[in-house]
Design a protein around this ligand. Structure first.
Ligand code: ZN
Length: 125
């Protein structure tokens, strides 16, 4: 009985350790995206002055990345820096208008778009 509990405890700790690791990887990825995109919203061109204004966005969503495509979580090709408006607020933003966003993304970030399409095509899903 005690042994079982200990095993469960080890597993629980391992899951916690992994969660922290993923969180840390995402945080580092966000900073790298902000720097690569030069503190500028890639959709509207707005210069972002503070970290709070920066919305690094996962093209293939964080949820999907966590479940299926773990190596995309910290892949720079899976990220883009947006402002609050282009991320969540405007009708054509990444979250409000995903189709419009993808049309924009394909047109304006062709190399990244091709990389991600190629990545998904190579997954056996
Ligand atoms: Zn913007």
């Amino acid at each position: 009985m005690k042994k079982k509990n200990t095993k469960k405890e080890i597993e629980r700790k391992e899951r916690k350790r992994k969660r922290i690791q993923v969180k840390k990887a995402i945080e580092e990825w966000k900073i790298a995206i902000i720097e690569r995109d030069n503190w500028t919203c890639q959709m509207c061109g707005k210069k972002l002055e503070r970290r709070k204004q920066c919305h690094p966005h996962h093209i293939i969503s964080e949820l999907r990345v966590k479940r299926n495509f773990k190596d995309l979580i910290s892949d720079m090709n899976n990220g883009i820096l947006l402002c609050y408006y282009c991320h969540k607020a405007s009708p054509g933003s990444a979250h409000q208008g995903p189709l419009e966003f993808f049309i924009w993304f394909k047109k304006n970030k062709k190399r990244q778009y091709d990389y991600l399409v190629n990545y998904l095509n190579n997954q056996k899903i």
